[in-house]
Structures are given as C-alpha cells and as structure tokens.
Design a protein. Structure first.
Length: 373
C-alpha cells in the first residue's frame, strides 16, 4: 500500500502529465509555422534542421513518456516524474537558447519581433500551467528568459537594455504568480486526499463492528439484499450460516466481560480466516452470534465450511490468568436458489431454526435445513 507521500506524488505526476500534453505539439507546430512562413528552411537550412531535430527528439521523448505512463499505472513515480520534468525543461532551454541565437544573429533578424512575442507567452503560460512542480515553476521561465536577457545585455544598446529590464521584471512577476498557483494546488490536493481518507474511515467505521472488526449487522443486511437479488437473476445458490458460541453467558459470568470480549475477538478472527473468498461476508450478528453469507455456494460446500469452523473454534485455547479456557460453537445453515417472489427473511429464519436444532442436538455441531425451491 502506498504511503501518503507516495499517493500525493503519484497524483501530482498524473496531473502534471495531463497539463503538459498540449505542450507536446505546441512547440513543434509553432516552430514549423514560423519556419515555413519566414522560409527559414530555405534561407537558413542548418539552423532549421538543427532546431527541428532537437524539437523532434523532445517530442518523441514526451510521447514515449505519455504512452508508458498510460499503459503502466504502477510505473515508478520518481523516475517518471524526473523524465517528464527534464523533457519539459529541455524544451524551455532549447526555446530560450534559440531565441537568444535569433537575437544575436543578424541573418535571422526577420524572426526577432515574433520570437520576442512568443517566448514570453510560452514562459508565462507554461510556468503557470505546470507550476505543480516547484522545479518547473522556477527553472522553466528562467531557461526561457535568461539566455536572451544575457544577449540583450551583451548588445548593450538602449532598446536592448530596456527590453532586458522589462523582461527581468516579467520574470520576477512569473516567479511570484506561480508561487501562488503552486501553493494553491498542493493545498487543494492535500485537503482533497484528507477528505477522501476521512470519508473512507467514516464509511469503514459505519460498517465495522468495533469489537471484532468484522462487518456489522447493517453492512450484512445491505450485502444480503444485494446477493439475494443477484443470485435470483443468475439462478445460483445462496447459503447462510449462523454461528453461536456455546454457554457464552457462563464465560462472562465466571471470567468477566473483558475476557468475554477477548473470546469474541479470537472467534471472529478464526472464522474470518476460514472464509477466504472476497465475495463472502462475515459479520457479527449480535452478542455472541455471527453470520456468514456465502453467494454461489451449495449445501455441501456450506456444510464443509461450517465443519471447519466448528473444529477451528474447538481447537482455540485462551489463557485467563494461567487457566486454559476452551470454547465451542453451534452452527446452523441453510441454502436456497432465490426466486423473485420469495422474501429473503425466509433464508435467515431457516438458518436460525437450524442453529437451534444444532443446540438441541448437544451443541458443538452443525445442522442445516434447505428451503424448497
């Protein structure tokens, strides 16, 4: 089971991957539009093919990451997160470097104005959208802006210096705004997960018997109704066994209720360990009585399971201040193939009657009655 931190990291990875999907095509499309609009592929083929190759490599890496994560939900979160962050930062570094190259190379002067518009837009949009990651939040706009800020400072003319100053102010603004979105995201995710955990805990508490940790009567009634309807549709058997500890009142009277509670917990654990199928339901029915719901289980399979429970309980030895205490139980069972015109209480009554017959037969035994179908 994942730790709380691992759950948060996995959630953030999937959110970051989803938010970054649009960037897979954006850089490639914008670059190709610019290249063919300004005929970069014709007038500057080396520049065109070099940058196209880098963008294509990043594009392939992002596609592979997306496919692997989608097909393998158990992929290593740390590795997949590092892979995604590195490719996103590589795209930012490449675009920032390419912008600086265009500003520096007079042969590419036609691209300068459009790149000075597109690059800040990419930096702001990407940093805010991907601010889930603290690394991307700070490094992404930095890698976009700092290379061409450095070139502007190198050029040294008044226009370049003014543009460098304005860009630096813009970079500081991006840092502050993405800090807010970063904090808001993690606060929202953390609160959401805490709320889910509390809801799950409340649901568990509402359906769990606090003493034995088995399902409680309310949960059993709900499952019983559901399985009755399902078995009636599929025309398959449904069995029920009721278990009652023999002479349990004497245990409480002679050894106290604290030891009696210990006995109930031990029996509950023993019974639940025998009932292995996840579709079966073991519940505390009340007091020292337990009930087991067995969908798609016939009479013989029910009998074999009940006999195993009787033997297991009889082999329990509990210690009370050095005195060994042994327990036994009586079990009643009933099986039926439910019909739509039958009421489910008929199965409970039949199993309960069988339980009292087992007690009348001397206890520590199993008795079953089947309903007519």
């Amino acid at each position: 089971m994942q730790s709380y931190h691992e759950q948060l990291q996995a959630h953030a990875l999937y959110d970051l991957t989803t938010r970054a999907k649009s960037g897979i095509l954006t850089y490639a499309c914008v670059w190709l539009i610019l290249s063919f609009s300004y005929q970069v592929n014709i007038h500057h083929p080396n520049f065109f093919y070099l940058n196209t190759g880098i963008i294509f490599g990043i594009f392939v890496s992002r596609i592979l990451h997306f496919i692997i994560l989608k097909q393998n939900a158990d992929a290593r979160v740390v590795f997949m997160n590092q892979w995604l962050v590195l490719t996103i930062l590589a795209a930012a570094a490449h675009w920032g470097g390419m912008t600086a190259w265009i500003l520096f190379d007079d042969n590419l002067i036609d691209l300068r104005t459009i790149m000075l518009i597109i690059t800040p837009a990419f930096a702001l949009g990407g940093a805010c959208t991907l601010s889930i990651s603290s690394q991307i939040r700070t490094l992404y706009p930095s890698l976009m802006f700092l290379p061409f800020i450095a070139i502007l400072l190198y050029l040294g003319d008044t226009q370049s210096l003014s543009l460098a100053a304005l860009t630096s102010i813009g970079l500081i603004y991006i840092y502050s705004s993405t800090r807010a979105t970063h904090d808001d995201y993690w606060a929202a995710v953390t609160n959401h997960m805490i709320a889910e955990e509390r809801a799950q805990l409340m649901e568990k508490l509402s359906t769990t018997d606090p003493l034995t940790q088995l399902k409680n009567r309310m949960y059993f009634d709900k499952e019983f109704t559901k399985e009755w309807q399902r078995c009636s549709r599929l025309h398959c058997p449904l069995s029920l066994i009721m278990i009652d500890l023999d002479y349990f009142k004497n245990i409480n009277d002679n050894y106290g209720h604290v030891f009696g509670d210990e006995c109930l917990r031990a029996v509950a654990l023993t019974i639940s360990s025998i009932v292995a199928r996840p579709t079966d339901c073991v519940a505390r029915y009340g007091g020292e009585e337990f009930v087991v719901l067995l969908p798609n289980t016939d009479t013989e399979a029910t009998r074999m399971l009940a006999l195993r429970m009787i033997d297991a309980v009889a082999n329990l030895v509990l210690d009370n201040n050095g005195e060994s205490i042994k327990l036994t139980c009586s079990i009643g069972g009933a099986s039926i193939i439910p019909k739509f015109n039958q009421h489910q209480d008929s199965l409970v009554k039949t199993a309960d009657t069988a339980l009292y017959k087992a007690k009348d037969a001397g206890r520590n035994c199993y008795h079953s009655d089947n309903l007519d179908n």
